[in-house]
Write a protein that binds this ligand. Structure first.
Ligand SMILES: [Fe+2]
Length: 222
């Protein structure tokens, strides 16, 4: 008999983070530091990723990890320590970017930024892997699917619509079709009609036409 799949915890948000982080790594690698418009556009993407990373870390600390800690004290200790280290690395990266923006000749320092960014990326990938394997197991051992879904609703409630749309811009295209339809159905069931319409319009904007056609057909939309 096929086992029922448990509620998802990190899958969609981490896929979105990997998509954004990798995309930015490629972009910084090929960036023409002398082209002001290109640099400004990369900066907007960097700022979006700063927001996404900080928002996600706060959601985990304040909602998901604090819930698991009540059931299994110490279960998230290692990951919380990693959060502090990653936050520090991210703050340094942000400072480095704005120092770099003051330079006239950015090529050489730009390469140093590229190296630092990739060092951060490598630590972050390792961290997500640990959350996906070790913490998912702890959540499934100590929490019900209903409790996991309730935590998800709390995350949605504490996030502003603007910040949510930044996160979903990366998350929706990063999902596979079956995760995407489950995610959208859950959003439809829990969000207000207006909020759901905003998520749907965003999905239409960020998905390839084929992806959007599949999703809208499954959602029963025109
Ligand atoms: Fe995470």
């Amino acid at each position: 008999m096929e086992e029922k799949r448990r509620a998802e915890i990190f899958i969609n948000v981490h896929k979105g983070l990997r998509r954004g982080l990798w995309g930015l790594a490629l972009r910084i690698g090929e960036l023409d530091w002398d082209d002001e418009a290109e640099v400004q556009s990369a900066q907007r993407e960097f700022e979006n990723m700063l927001l996404f990373l900080r928002e996600h870390s706060a959601n985990e600390d304040e909602i998901q990890f604090s819930f698991l800690e009540k059931r299994a004290p110490g279960a998230t200790r290692k990951e919380q320590e990693e959060h502090r280290k990653l936050e520090y690395q991210l703050d340094l990266l942000e400072k480095h970017w704005y120092l770099l923006m003051r330079e006239k000749q950015r090529d050489e320092e730009g390469y140093q930024f590229y190296l630092e960014y990739n060092q951060f990326l490598s630590s972050y990938l390792d961290h997500m892997d640990r959350e996906e394997r070790e913490l998912t197991e702890a959540f499934y051992r100590h929490c019900s699917d209903h409790e996991i879904d309730e935590a998800f609703k709390k995350i949605v409630a504490r996030t502003s619509p603007q910040d949510m749309s930044v996160m979903l811009t990366y998350m929706i295209p990063a999902m596979n079709p079956s995760d995407r339809i489950q995610f959208m159905s859950k959003a439809k069931a829990s969000a207000s009609p207006d909020a759901f319409d905003r998520v749907k319009s965003l999905a239409e904007k960020v998905l390839e036409p084929g992806g959007w056609r599949k999703l809208s057909a499954l959602l029963g939309e025109k």
